[in-house]
Write a protein that binds this ligand. Structure first.
Ligand code: ZN
Length: 149
């Protein structure tokens, strides 16, 4: 295992153990439920807007370590971003975990989210890693619920 992979694994384990923004937001502007029946992950994502920006974002629910860690890091990554910026990050994340974006050669704003680049090797885990992002995307675009297929 490479040093980088080990570092990434530690990041994911740490966020699973101590997830950030793991709470409900009372009176959210936007919220959606995301289901990943293949693994049994179910997350509710809450968003409070500040003008055009994501003022506060949080999640609750249950899921595997990867889905929970990904939701935790997603909330950190999109807080303070505009909806367009969040959409762009979702797109980059999705392309990374499906192998369409090469994080080594293509310019991107993924930063610490690169910790999830390893799921590419585990197709069943791609949905776990991207669930919170699909759910955020649904919430930001006015959908109540999504199910990964
Ligand atoms: Zn999962």
């Amino acid at each position: 295992m490479s040093e980088l992979t080990e570092l990434y694994q530690e990041t994911i384990l740490e966020h699973n153990k101590n997830p950030r923004n793991f709470r409900e937001i009372e009176d959210p502007d936007k919220t959606a439920l995301g289901n990943n029946p293949l693994c049994g992950d179910a997350l509710q994502v809450y968003v409070k807007m500040e003008g055009d920006k994501v003022g506060d974002v949080a999640f609750k629910g249950s899921g595997c370590a990867i889905s929970k860690a990904s939701a935790s890091m997603m909330t950190q990554a999109v807080k303070g971003k505009t909806r367009d910026e969040a959409d762009k990050l979702f797109n980059e994340f999705h392309r990374m975990v499906t192998g369409e974006l090469d994080i080594e050669t293509e310019e991107n704003d993924l930063g610490r989210l690169k910790a999830f680049s390893g799921v590419l090797e585990f197709p069943a885990r791609v949905k776990c890693a991207s669930l919170s992002w699909h759910t955020l995307n649904a919430a930001l675009h006015g959908e109540d619920e999504i199910t990964t297929e």
